[in-house]
Design a protein around this ligand. Structure first.
Ligand code: NAD
Length: 257
């Protein structure tokens, strides 16, 4: 129960396969109350049952690509809760799936900017909007991927967004440190989700990782969720600006036989 008495926001649950769903479950098991946000009315209709089950409240609409949507959602949630927010989970990414296969250089300017906006800039705006509502030992966690460090076939423009996201984590940690707020990212190994299904040859990435991983398996939703809850809890009070790999050790393997 390392999150006993804490309340916070989980962004990016599309369905039960979402990493955000695993995080919501682990948060509940550890004593926290979570409010979920939903990108659209369609997503809201799909996740409200889960949001009620895991947090006792219907989800709140928030499309991070729309001006004012993030601050508006946080104001609403904060008013409803009537107390400071202890944590935020940013589990959001988007890129046109037609550009998540083939050559990176074929990325269009429009999709480059949109991918950066939704998958990276949104975290910066989230940090700016949540600060006035956050408790003085708040914690924010985002989700990244190894494609930011080494070339992974088909990850393409999303890799650039993840590199920028990991760098923003360091700068945001610096900005928010004086308010006692910590910001970290988790570099998760591959997990079958809606977003992942848009990446070309994703099942090959899963197989490749499972074979070369020191643990000889793929990471699970629960592996990532529990690590995230640790970073959201006071158990990680001295950790900020970090990118922590939760990938069964894959990122440390150079050559594998
Ligand atoms: P998912 O499809 O379940 O979640 C992605 C979420 O992003 C969805 O809920 C979607 O509604 C949300 N989103 C997209 N555009 C949005 C917008 N404009 N406004 C608000 N929300 C928006 O997939 P997931 O795999 O759980 O992805 C969660 C995070 O984990 C992403 O950042 C992803 O890059 C990261 N990640 C996933 C894997 C993996 O293999 N699944 C590995 C490493 C990192």
């Amino acid at each position: 129960m390392i999150m006993e008495g804490k309340v916070g926001i989980v962004m990016g649950m599309a369905n039960r396969f979402s990493i955000a769903h695993g995080i919501g479950k682990s948060l509940k098991q550890n004593g926290a109350t979570s409010v979920f946000t939903a990108q659209t009315d369609t997503f809201k209709a799909k996740i409200d049952d889960i949001a009620l089950e895991l947090g006792g409240m219907e989800s709140v609409l928030c499309d991070v690509s729309k001006d004012g949507s993030i601050c508006e959602a946080f104001e609403k949630i904060s008013r409803n809760l009537g107390r400071p927010i202890d944590f935020v989970v940013h589990s959001i990414a988007y890129s046109d799936k037609n550009e998540l296969s083939g050559k990176y250089y074929d990325t269009t300017r429009e999709n480059f900017l949109n991918t950066m906006n939704i998958s990276c800039y949104s975290l910066t705006e989230i940090c700016r909007c949540i600060r006035p509502f956050m408790s003085d030992n708040g914690s924010i966690v985002t989700l990244s991927y190894y494609g930011s460090e080494k070339v992974v076939p088909n990850y393409n423009v999303m890799a650039l967004a993840k590199s920028a996201l990991e760098t923003s984590v360091m700068y945001l940690a610096k900005d928010l440190g004086e308010y006692g707020i910590r910001v970290n990212s988790i570099s998760s190994g591959p997990i079958k989700t809606l977003a992942a299904s848009g990446i070309g040859d994703f099942s090959k990435i899963l197989d490749y990782d499972a074979n070369r991983s020191p643990l000889k398996r793929n990471v699970t939703q629960k592996d990532v969720a529990d690590a995230c809850v640790f970073l959201l809890s006071d158990m990680s009070s001295g950790i900020t600006g970090e990118n922590i790999h939760v990938d069964c050790g894959c990122s440390n393997i150079g050559v594998s036989f």
